[in-house]
Ligand binder design. Sequence first.
Ligand code: BJW
Ligand code: ZN
Length: 260
Amino acid sequence: MDDARHLVASARKLLILTGAGVSAESGVPTFRGPDGLWKRYKPEELATPQAFQADPRLVWEWYGFRRERVGACRPNPAHEAIARLTLENEDARLVTQNVDGLHELALEEAVTEGLCSETSVSRAAPIRLHGSLFWTRCTGCDHRTLDRHPVDAKSEASLPRCPKCAALLRPDVVWFGEGLDPEILKRAMEAAETAEVCLVVGTSALVHPAASLPLLTKESGGVVVEVNTESTPLTDVAMFSLRGRAGQILPRLLTVESEP
Ligand code: BJW
Ligand code: ZN
């Protein structure tokens, strides 16, 4: 832990890549853990454009359920430690696969507590690889909107529709087989290529291109540090792999102790 803490603290450029495990202690179910299943469906069966085309009501029901569940969750000490670090360190970047908005909430709470200004919050905002649970986009036109309302998924007729063209709205997230926003991916890849340390937290590292970002850091001469309750395909690539809960490890890992 001490060696990893010194390494992270000494990095001039730091990339933090997070996955569902960082929100597990907030009560957000991970995708592939024991509580990752919803009804009898695996996330891989619902998070696809094919599933939405075949049964938009079912897919919206799942997203409505997740919106409600995530809407009641609060950031945990891992989100808070990351928010503090990215607010204090201009050369730290946060890239997240999560769609739950808890990193953003931790930043907003830091402003409310007077720990930082609105300007530093926009600089520290996470690069969201897979979109957001609380945004929708139209399947027929370019309309996109923030939407925190409960979803009425009783029937196909009650699903949310576009105010501009009346086509079905869909969650503004990236499903399997869909390309990531090229501009967002470019920013994430640049951050990975220039990072001296890539700190990977709470991801199974199975989903690409997100899981390839730490490899970019390594190929560019940087090092990888992993925090996870279990080993992953990145464990062998990492210089340090810290086994345990993000909410317990990150506050210790990211706290710079002042010299006596
Ligand atoms: C804790 C903890 C605690 C628990 N503390 N840790 C290269 C190789 C092979 C395949 C591909 C490839 N490149 C692309 C692909 C295909 C595909 C893919 O990756 N497939 C693999 C699964 C085989 N990728 C795609 O399709 C991507 N698109 C793409 O590449 O497009 C290319 C293209 C170009 C041009 C035209 C068309 C296409 C898109 C991927 C989108 C992923 N979307 C989802 C759903 C988002 C919306 C939603 O939320 O509903 O994103 S799937 C789901 O997985 C979600 C997550 O962000 C993502 C990653 O999951 P994550 O975060 O790792 O969670 P878990 O549950 O897997 O892991 C949790 C971890 O936490 C575990 O390790 C625990 O141990 C740990 N943990 N508690 C610390 N307290
Ligand atoms: Zn529309």
